[in-house]
Write a protein of this length. Structure first.
Length: 313
């Protein structure tokens, strides 16, 4: 009833949205280009879609997906732990700790990941035996490096150490983004530095850390295609390359690999979205209870979205 009264206000301006022909023209151009691309993909026999469909569900390909995910998870866990330690060391007052952290970041961020993986693959050649004992003295326990550092272990260590150097700077920037007053207030309450870091600083820094951390995780998923340098021969990229070399059909197997990488990265992007929304609550109104409650009030029609309507009545 109230809406009908306000709609009958004399001389009320009823604005109409301005038509933008550029939007329609751009949509038509994009639709035509997309149709041309789709037509070319479907009608071009060189893509060999029958082979693509055959090997999308191949056992070796599915196993390669599993090993790729394992490498990604293992490398990111190792890299995140190292990065957190190095980020804390970079912000420490001890110059020795700061120097060690800087040297680690300088070395592992400066050397290409492929080169690092080659070195880790040759670690058993460089050090055939690893021993534990007195420094510069007798050794009590010896380990065969070739058995200790398998291809999978070397791949995870190589990827994790490289990733830790990048994540260290990301985590450091996140920790420094928290206002110093937070730490001062916690100290005034008698909290210990370790408790302040764990309960005050890190939870607030996660809002800044999660977006680049998600991007690094997606990048790590794709970087696993370089573990052939170790050599590790069970990941998705190697599995599809091996099949392509066997049947002399590189293009359809490249499509298979690209498809599964897109599927995995899409899942990671969805997870990143929800993590960003979780740690960003309180800083944005999207998805908040307050915005949902206001939307419900507006939908009920008991109040006006435009406050000026109440004044006009």
């Amino acid at each position: 009833m109230a809406h009908e009264q306000h709609s009958q206000i004399p001389g009320r301006i009823r604005a109409k949205e301005v038509f933008h022909p550029g939007t329609l023209i751009a949509a038509i151009i994009v639709a035509v280009l997309a149709a041309m691309l789709l037509h070319g993909l479907v009608t071009n026999k060189n893509f060999q879609w029958d082979i693509v469909w055959m090997y999308l569900r191949d056992v070796k390909v599915i196993q390669g997906i599993g090993y790729t995910l394992l490498l990604t998870v293992g490398a990111m866990i190792l890299g995140t732990i190292l990065a957190l330690v190095m980020a804390i060391m970079r912000t420490a007052s001890n110059p020795v700790l700061r120097g060690v952290s800087w040297a680690y970041i300088f070395v592992f961020r400066g050397i290409p990941v492929y080169t690092q993986l080659v070195f880790w693959g040759l670690v058993s050649v460089l050090y055939p035996v690893i021993g534990l004992g007195v420094p510069f003295g007798p050794q009590f326990v010896d380990f065969d490096t070739s058995k200790l550092f398998t291809a999978g272990v070397a791949a995870v260590i190589g990827l994790g150490l490289n990733e830790g150097a990048y994540l260290a700077e990301i985590i450091r920037s996140g920790l420094e983004s928290v206002d110093s007053g937070q730490s001062e207030a916690a100290k005034a309450l008698g909290m210990k530095p370790s408790l302040i870091l764990r309960r005050i600083i890190i939870p607030q820094a996660m809002r800044v850390i999660i977006p680049p951390l998600g991007n690094e995780t997606i990048g790590m998923l794709k970087t696993t295609s370089l573990v052939l340098a170790v050599p590790f021969t069970l990941d998705l990229q190697f599995a599809t390359n091996a099949i392509a070399n066997r049947i002399y059909a590189p293009i359809p197997l490249l499509i298979v690999a690209a498809f599964w990488y897109l599927v995995m990265t899409s899942i990671l992007m969805v997870g990143q979205h929800y993590l960003e929304r979780y740690y960003g609550r309180g800083f944005t109104n999207s998805g908040s209870k307050r915005s949902k409650r206001q939307a419900a009030i507006n939908a009920a029609g008991t109040s006006h979205i435009d406050p000026s309507l109440e004044v006009e009545q």
